[in-house]
Ligand binder design. Structure first.
Ligand code: MV4
Length: 452
């Protein structure tokens, strides 16, 4: 096992990783930017190093600074959390060059899965269903149009280096295609430094279903169930749940087998996620693979009772997975709401500031993962996630009641939060019925409070 882990992150996930390290008996090093000096991750870590000023580029994305902090403090491993450098092959390589274990897959696997067109090809070669589309990326507009006509409209053009929605364009017909293709290429180049795009048949209102994968260095790869992350706004997930209300045993077995097959083919170690789209007819298609622990890993922890961050650290250190589940013995239902310091009345504009009053919800089956406290200041530089409220119940009905109760009793003052908006979504009859898909929020604009 590692002796000392540096956490190259901030906020709730830095605290989450520190907790896992504590339980494993591993020492911790926090890194922080100047405005994060008073943050809890700095206080709770055994050691801490300031790595630069507020802007991420100068601190949490500063590879030489983070490697130097690990060397100075004698850390033998780095946990990247999610976001920031979690899926940077260059960072994984820098760790390897300094003989520090990166808690994630090897750089080559990050690079492979970061190329969405290449990942799609791998899935296809493994016999995992993919949405009908181009074989790899297409550069030539005329060739792309030909492919689009073969697939049939509408089609979606996606950035190969993308993920998360940037550089994506939908084209409804041949007339609009060439323009959309150009726009997608330009956007991809500006956002990712690569104009490489690929084309897929556009599914009108699929569910976003992802399978949590865990692998070890002893040849075991398994899945620990799925999550439904269909409720998103501008490709940001807002609510996630496990299991998916659109799932059944038979479909879980087929999708889970496909996910395990894909992860096994690259001998995946640690925590990973295979994302699928599920259409109205129950057909599923591979979308992409994430090679990190995700924000929403918590709902899977609630339905499995396994500490996925501890397992991720243990398996990367070479230990065997401490359980064999593969989709069996899931219990109850879990839901997560992401609470952001944002104003839904102002197009979800971030609301940094000082928390003047704070009281978290509690009771049976309620978990809050957060880094905020009364008196703390939310800096303007980073993601506006301030807390994750996670509930677990015997069934979905109980989980929904618990989430409503929890959101109603969550006191956060001083900054505007999305708590009332989340409550409205949870209590919406269509959400309550489990009828969620990726168009849910677009269909229910009434959930967005009008500007005052
Ligand atoms: C799609 C799609 C429909 N058809 N691909 C959005 C994020 C990026 N990872 C892929 N996305 C989508 N890909 C095909 N072929 C619809 C979306 C999509 C979406 C997916 C999941 C959750 C919310 C979404 C919102 C809009 C579009």
């Amino acid at each position: 096992m590692f002796k000392k882990i540096l956490i190259a992150n901030r906020g709730e996930i830095a605290l989450r990783v520190i907790r896992a390290c504590r339980e494993l008996g591993v020492a911790t090093v926090a890194v922080y930017s100047e405005p994060d000096q008073e943050s809890l991750h700095v206080r709770f870590a055994d050691d801490d190093v300031c790595i630069g000023p507020g802007p991420s580029r100068l601190s949490y994305l500063n590879i030489p600074g983070i490697i130097a902090a690990a060397e100075i403090t004698g850390a033998d491993a780095i946990h990247p959390g999610y976001g920031f450098l979690a899926e940077s092959p260059e960072f994984a390589e820098a760790c390897a060059e300094s003989k520090i274990t990166f808690i994630g897959p090897p750089a080559e696997q990050i690079r492979l899965m970061g190329d969405k067109a290449a990942a799609r090809k791998l899935a296809k070669d493994m016999g995992v269903p993919v949405v009908p589309g181009s074989n790899g990326s297409i550069e030539n507009p005329a060739e792309a149009l030909k492919t689009a006509e073969e697939i049939g409209f509408p089609v979606i053009i996606k950035a190969a280096a993308g993920g998360g929605g940037k550089g994506m364009r939908v084209a409804d017909d041949a007339e609009s295609f060439t323009h959309a293709f150009q726009l997608a290429r330009n956007e991809a180049l500006a956002a990712f430094g690569s104009a490489s795009v690929y084309v897929e048949k556009y599914l009108s209102a699929p569910r976003h279903i992802e399978f949590q994968i865990m692998g070890d260095k002893h040849g075991r790869v398994m899945h620990v169930g799925e999550r439904d992350c269909s409720v998103q706004r501008r490709h940001q997930k807002l609510i996630e749940e496990a299991p998916s209300p659109g799932m059944n045993k038979e479909l879980r077995a087929r999708m889970g087998d496909a996910a395990v097959e894909l992860a096994s083919s690259i001998e995946y170690v640690g925590a990973g996620t295979i994302e699928f789209l599920l259409d109205e007819d129950g057909r599923f298609y591979f979308m992409e693979m994430n090679t990190r622990i995700q924000v929403e890993h918590t709902v899977t922890e609630m339905t499995t009772n396994f500490d996925l961050v501890k397992e991720q650290i243990r398996t990367v250190a070479g230990e065997k997975l401490s359980f064999c589940l593969n989709g069996g013995s899931l219990r109850g239902h879990a839901i997560e709401c992401r609470v952001n310091a944002e104003d839904p009345r102002r197009d979800f504009q971030p609301c940094p500031g000082t928390i003047t009053a704070y009281h978290p919800p509690g009771g049976p089956g309620v978990r809050v993962d957060t880094h905020i406290y009364q008196g703390c200041t939310i800096p303007p530089y980073y993601d506006s996630l301030i807390a994750k409220v996670i509930v677990h119940g015997l069934n979905r009905e109980e989980a929904l009641a618990r989430m409503t109760q929890a959101l109603d009793s969550f006191i956060v003052e001083g900054v505007t939060t999305t708590i009332p908006f989340l409550r409205a979504v949870i209590c919406h009859p269509e959400f309550a019925a489990g009828a969620v898909d990726t168009k849910f929020l677009e269909r229910h604009k009434d959930l967005l409070p009008a500007a005052e």
